[in-house]
Design a binder for this molecule. Structure first.
Ligand code: UDP
Ligand code: MG
Length: 173
């Protein structure tokens, strides 16, 4: 059992339709737990930085216009195999082709307005979570910055229970 973190985002199309809380409900039902949440709005420049890997592609201008067009909700999710598990819950990039029951099929429209984002690798979880949350903020929420983008080993077995306190009125023999 390896606990992992991923970075999810509810995109402007889904936020504006009021789908945020339905999406979070589906996330929770899948067994992934939101452990940090922020609602904000990306500037065009921030959208370009976030999606820098796609710079130069034909959809880059449209994507960054869309992603800066309204509020988004960023979440850090925790769970077993969170990265692939959340990618599966999202469904394929094109909402028109996404499998029934996936977030993109339920809440998105097409290949660009597809409701949700999810990190695709541990390195990108680290980069993308750092985009929205500072190390201090994550630490306050109980998330170690070292654990972001890494697989957290199972917790060490708990320490042996302390010896039972001497009963107040021990039976004397
Ligand atoms: N996108 C788009 N047109 C395309 C492909 C992608 O507008 O032909 C947008 C879409 O919003 C997608 C994002 O660019 O979610 C990032 O693309 P990527 O290939 O990384 O897909 P994802 O990882 O989001 O499934
Ligand atoms: Mg991607």
């Amino acid at each position: 059992m390896a606990i992992e973190y991923t970075l999810a985002m509810v995109k402007p199309d889904a936020v504006s339709k009021g789908s945020t809380w339905h999406i979070i409900q589906d996330i929770a039902s899948s067994g992934l737990k939101p452990v940090a949440v922020r609602m904000t709005r990306l500037s065009k420049e921030q959208a370009k930085t976030f999606y820098a890997v796609h710079a130069g592609k034909k959809f880059f201008e449209g994507l960054t216009d869309f992603m800066s067009s309204g509020p988004i909700v960023a979440l850090v999710l925790e769970g077993e195999s969170a990265i692939p598990k959340y990618r599966e819950l999202m469904g394929s990039t094109d909402s028109k082709k996404a499998a029934p029951g996936t977030l993109r099929q339920k809440f998105g429209t097409d290949v660009s307005q597809n409701a949700v984002h999810g990190s695709d690798s541990p390195e990108n979880v680290r980069r993308e979570a750092g985009f929205f949350f500072s190390g201090t903020e994550l630490a306050v929420l109980g998330i170690s910055i070292d654990a972001i983008g890494a697989t957290v080993p199972p917790a060490a077995p708990s320490a042996p229970a302390a010896p039972a306190a001497t009963p107040a009125n021990p039976v004397k023999r």
